[in-house]
Design a protein around this ligand. Structure first.
Ligand SMILES: *Cc1c(COP(=O)(O)O)cnc(C)c1O
Length: 384
């Protein structure tokens, strides 16, 4: 049966994978080696040095390409390292148009690292195509999209932005960390590059930091591979194994994340002390129709603000939670709560942060796959 005909759940388990050639191991062995014996200089079996390639990493890279409906996957030491490789496609004088409401570390990488090297970043509200188009000029080489956005859960129309990118002949990358390929596949909608913090849902167990890029185009894959090997921020064999193991249950975990997410979004929106809840599954969400058309579910990421809530109120709530753990990160089996203003988005200046709605009272939840009754009682005792 051709791999291309497999549906998502089967691809998550079998995509790009074959039992190991040596002993038939069903899971790829962790090839914890830096180098490989050669019979004559250059005479090797496709692997010469583990920065350039490693069989465990190759197994993960094949799986990534398969689940994102791409052709080539590249695995990195972190999500940030994957993004770093994308920006290294550019040269001084080039410009990037980016989502304004995005992961704090992405903002920091763009502004504090790459701006020094003469690359310019324009942060715009991407919910309006005209705003994006007016930010594109002859130096623009890349459009950077994150959807759903972090932490405001706005939805950007991937297909519409991809059409703009094609029209202006610029590359388009989508940070697909929040949605995962279980919920949306940006390459199918016209994006050129999909990026992941595999630390989150792909790994899924809060036990590894890793990143990924997936593309369809061979020339783009070659350029990114060149950067991966030349800059060196590769995913190690043990970490590749852990992400690959995580991917094999991605579909069952995501299904439960979506169910629990929906139940909690509905609980919060009806809570008398809650002012607003940000979750794309609500019919009242400003981009609900786009979410419905490009995603097959709405995920387990939710942000909310309590009525008249202050910085201190938000801190009190997150400290009081017991089943939810107060922690950075997201996408693991366990539920986490965070306070973006002091945690994930602390590196974005307050004025910049508040422009996109990240107010002091905002709380972000990564809803895990525990029993929903326990999660709701926990929120109840912390908010009440
Ligand atoms: C965590 C995260 C990143 C950064 O990935 P790391 O693996 O922490 O380097 C990028 N984008 C999003 C949306 C994230 O949540």
């Amino acid at each position: 049966m051709s791999e291309k005909t497999l549906k998502f759940n089967s691809k998550a388990i079998h995509g790009g994978q074959k039992p190991d050639a040596a002993y038939g191991a069903v899971m790829p062995p962790i090839y914890q080696t830096s180098t490989y014996a050669q019979t004559t200089p250059g005479g090797h079996k496709g692997y010469a040095y583990s920065r350039s390639a490693n069989p465990t990493r190759s197994a993960l890279e094949n799986s990534l390409a398969s689940i994102e409906n791409g052709t080539y996957g590249l695995a990195f030491a972190s999500g940030i390292a994957a993004m770093d490789a994308v920006i290294k496609l550019l040269s001084p004088g080039d410009e990037v148009v980016s989502t304004n409401d995005l992961y704090g570390g992405t903002y920091r990488l763009f502004k504090k690292i790459f701006e020094k090297f003469g690359i310019k970043f324009n942060f715009v509200d991407m919910q309006n195509a005209a705003t994006i188009e007016s930010a594109i000029n002859e130096n623009t080489k890349l459009i950077w999209v994150e959807t759903p956005t972090n932490p405001m859960m706005n939805i950007i129309d991937i297909k519409a932005v991809a059409q703009l990118a094609k029209k202006h002949k610029v590359l388009m990358a989508v940070d697909n960390t929040f949605a995962t390929p279980y919920l949306q596949t940006p390459l199918d909608l016209g994006a050129d590059i999909v990026m992941h913090s595999a630390t989150k849902y792909l790994g899924g167990h809060s036990d590894v930091v890793a990143g990924a890029l997936i593309v369809k185009d061979k020339k783009l894959a070659d350029e990114l591979y060149f950067i991966q090997n030349a800059s060196g921020a590769i995913c190690g064999p043990m970490d590749s194994f852990l992400v690959l193991r995580g991917i094999k249950t991605l579909h069952v975990r995501m299904q439960r994340h979506c169910e629990n997410g929906e139940a909690i979004a509905n609980y919060l929106v009806n809570h008398p002390k809650v002012e607003s809840v940000y979750w794309p599954g609500f019919k009242s969400h400003p981009n609900h129709d786009i979410a419905k058309s490009q995603m097959s579910g709405f995920g387990g990421m939710i942000s909310f603000v309590t009525k008249g809530g202050s910085y201190e109120d938000a801190i009190k709530i997150v400290e009081k939670l017991e089943v939810f753990t107060l922690a950075e990160s997201l996408g693991g089996v366990e539920s986490l709560a965070g306070h973006p203003a002091s945690m994930s988005h602390g590196s974005i200046p307050k004025a910049e942060r508040e422009k996109s709605g990240v107010v002091d009272a905002l709380i972000r939840l990564s809803v895990g796959i525990e029993d929903i009754e326990d999660l709701i009682s926990d929120l109840k005792q912390a908010i009440d």
